[in-house]
Design a protein around this ligand. Structure first.
Ligand SMILES: [Zn+2]
Length: 449
């Protein structure tokens, strides 16, 4: 008798679900999401002056960032001239390639706020694909790190939005900065970027914008975009001040914020006094390498000397190697610290470096050219380019998390830079029908001969 295996309905659901995940996080699906948002942007140009539609201009700018190649348009135009086809057309559905200057003019005038929802669309796709839950921390929270970074600087080029800094010699330096937030996890190499907040001057305001003000705007927006997300904000000592903590409380966010001794003299004094009274708890452990890890904590201490001082929980961590302290840091949090969670809290607080290492350093040094002068423009060019760059980085992070083909291809190279260099070189000379074929070709060039 022939044996027929009967699969349960769950099996089919699982298979379908997995297929669906892969599909809605594919290159085509993510590009379509971008395309839909770009399609919603009103094109205010005079029709008779429009040579390239908004879609073609934006996707060309994005493709440049995606392949981390400032000369992408030029090379694809050459392919078009010779072969009547090009990779911008096949991969990004760009019908006509704009000239570099045309693209810059249009992107300069584009309202940056219209691009920001794409970040939430991607986060939502990750959530639906059950990828976001890989980042869960302390059961049902998401660690969200916030930090500022500069992406444009010049002594000559400027706009009304530029931040200014005067040197001792009276020379003025112009910069553009952003405040970035990423969802992260101590055990995950990838980070999930959210829409950044520009730190920029606004006409009519006397005082310059600054990171902390941008921070207050950013957390409000994050709460609006993610009303139910359980969030722990992780930030440096700049943020462990009462006005900012009050904002976090108002927006139902928890926090683990670095508290440097110099910024919190009264708090440190208080903790020292309590230590002498034996009120500070501690825990000490030696690992297999003989390195000593020391933890200290005390709950319900005043953050500062104000009458209405915010009450916080304080914890400290120290690494001692061969009798010498090699690392130490302190944090304040609204999470009650116990001997059961102090190590996890330290891991959460220490993972703050991920925003610098995994996001900013990658964007600056791994080929994304975030500080490269892609152009300042007159209105929004540099910020819009930054957003395209970050969206490209976001998609690459999604592939690192979910796409086996991408991971296999990336695994063939020792560095991210070498991987992208190979992709860049390949699409200059060959035209691919889709992204997947490009990766397959890189993985196994012989299979195509
Ligand atoms: Zn400017």
């Amino acid at each position: 008798m022939e044996y027929i295996q009967i699969y349960s309905l769950d099996f089919f659901n699982d298979v379908c679900l997995e297929y669906k995940h892969a599909k809605h996080l594919s290159f085509e699906a993510l590009c379509n999401t971008m395309r839909k948002r770009i399609g919603d942007i009103e094109d205010n140009r005079e029709i008779r002056k429009v040579e390239h539609c908004l879609h073609d201009v934006c996707m060309s700018g994005f493709a440049m960032m995606y392949f981390q190649d400032p000369s992408l348009l030029e090379f694809q135009q050459r392919l078009e001239d010779k072969a009547r086809n090009n990779n911008l057309k096949t991969l990004f559905s760009v019908k006509t390639i704009p000239k570099d200057s045309q693209m810059r003019d249009v992107i300069d005038k584009l309202d940056s706020e219209k691009l920001k929802p794409i970040f939430n669309d991607f986060v939502e796709k990750l959530r639906r694909g059950k990828q976001l839950e890989r980042f869960l921390f302390m059961k049902d929270y998401y660690l969200m790190s916030i930090d500022g970074s500069e992406y444009f600087g010049s002594d000559k080029v400027k706009c009304p939005g530029c931040l200014t800094k005067e040197s001792k010699s009276g020379k003025i330096h112009y910069t553009h900065q952003i405040l970035q937030s990423v969802i992260m996890h101590p055990d995950m190499r990838q980070v999930i970027p959210l829409a950044p907040e520009a730190i920029k001057n606004v006409d009519g305001h006397q005082k310059q914008d600054c990171e902390i003000q941008a921070g207050k705007r950013l957390i409000q927006k994050i709460r609006q975009d993610h009303p139910r997300l359980k969030i722990i904000i992780v930030g440096d000592s700049l943020y462990s001040k009462q006005p900012f903590i009050e904002k976090l409380v108002k927006h139902r966010m928890r926090y683990i914020l670095t508290a440097k001794d110099n910024d919190h003299k009264l708090l440190v004094e208080w903790v020292n006094e309590q230590r002498q009274l034996g009120e500070v708890s501690s825990y000490r452990t030696t690992d297999t390498k003989g390195i000593v890890h020391e933890y200290e904590w005390i709950n319900d201490v005043p953050l500062n000397g104000r009458d209405d001082a915010q009450m916080v929980n304080y914890f400290h961590y120290r690494i001692v190697k061969n009798g010498k302290v090699t690392y130490k840091s302190s944090w304040v949090t609204d999470i009650s610290v116990t001997e059961h969670n102090v190590r996890e809290l330290v891991r959460g607080g220490r993972s703050r470096w991920k925003i610098e290492n995994e996001a900013f350093n990658t964007l600056k040094n791994q080929g994304y050219h975030i500080e490269h002068n892609f152009g300042h423009g007159k209105e929004n060019l540099s910020f819009n380019f930054f957003l395209f760059n970050l969206l490209a980085f976001f998609i690459h992070q999604i592939f690192e998390l979910t796409d086996a083909l991408y991971q296999q291809c990336r695994g063939k190279f020792s560095s991210r830079r070498a991987f992208w260099q190979c992709l860049k070189n390949t699409i200059i000379v060959l035209i691919f029908p889709d992204w997947q074929t490009l990766l397959e070709r890189i993985i196994d060039p012989m299979a195509f001969l």
